[in-house]
Write a protein that binds this ligand. Sequence first.
Ligand SMILES: *Cc1c(COP(=O)(O)O)cnc(C)c1O
Length: 378
Amino acid sequence: MIPIARPYVTQEDAQAAYDTILSGWITQGPKVEAFEEKFAAYTGAKYAVAVSCCTAALHLSLIVAGIGPGDEVICPSMSYIATANAIRYVGALPVFAEVDAASFNLSLMDVQKRITARTKAILLVHQLGMPADIDSFQALCAKHGLVLIEDAACAAGSAYKGKKIGSHSQLVCFSFHPRKVLSTGDGGMITTSQEEYYLRLKRLRQHGMSVSDRVRHQASHLVFEDHTELGYNYRLTDIQAAIGIGQLEKLDWMIAERRKIASCYQEAFQEIACLQLPREEAGYYSNYQSYALSLGADCPLSRNDIMQQLLDKGIASRRGVMTAHRETAYGDYYPDLHLPISEKASDQSLILPLFVGMSNEEIGQVIEAIKQILSGPL
Ligand SMILES: *Cc1c(COP(=O)(O)O)cnc(C)c1O
């Protein structure tokens, strides 16, 4: 069986976790601080704040951006549901916009049409690791006085116009879930270059506490903490951070390996007319968190038939990115919303296996299977 993904965690990563467990610091402490410094340096952002997951990163980003009840935040429906959920956590309304039919990233034109007097922010997703056009959205936000928050859950190590994702905007949120490229089991990070955001994010992730455990631990005079506002327990642990540091050191290499596999797929599938392949325009650099194929109208088989036939051949695949507005938790709120491009993109796409350590034989098996399946019924 060829799995859809497999986290690349090494003996060294396991050893780092083991050493940390025995170090006396197992929750947020010096390893988290070191991971944050290295992540900030890697992305080119001034600061990074580690949290328990990307959903927590999005939640805290919306809070520091001042988003609350009565506000509207524009985001794609075609994204993992956490994107929209985070907006609801702060009592704001997710306003779903269409994606572009070629890149599956947010459509600037469609977003423009949905801006109202209540719009406060745009939550821009880098779909499956492929950067969105950040410059255009920054310009749009500047024009309308909106905050731009990037959902870069899938985009650690991706780059836009020569700079790593994380360095362009003031609130950029990353995920370290095992389905992403860099994994700590679970985990997340927010990058920013604004000191005010940085300091407040650090308090909010730890119950709103004014002094961190580490500062109290190292103090030679008594230090008493205050809880300055309603906070959360969104801490990353030092055990996870120890894994993250080793993962970050390997990130560029892991991405290079992923891109080799993606280019094998690109080369093999370009001759199949009914398939729409991922497109990486000049200035865009994807970490290929996932490789999705989209089926054209002339495809001889349904998406689900293709997925079943792949499974019959021992190859896992996944549906394309979901749409939030058609999920039960959202359907009642958006009974009349139709987003034809997003719905079609979601229904007519599938994700193929792609992971570091995938053998040439496995890559070949996937390619042969797709070719066979799509030529079979003719
Ligand atoms: C995975 C993902 C999230 C959620 O990340 P967690 O770390 O699991 O909270 C949010 N947004 C997008 C686009 C994702 O792919």
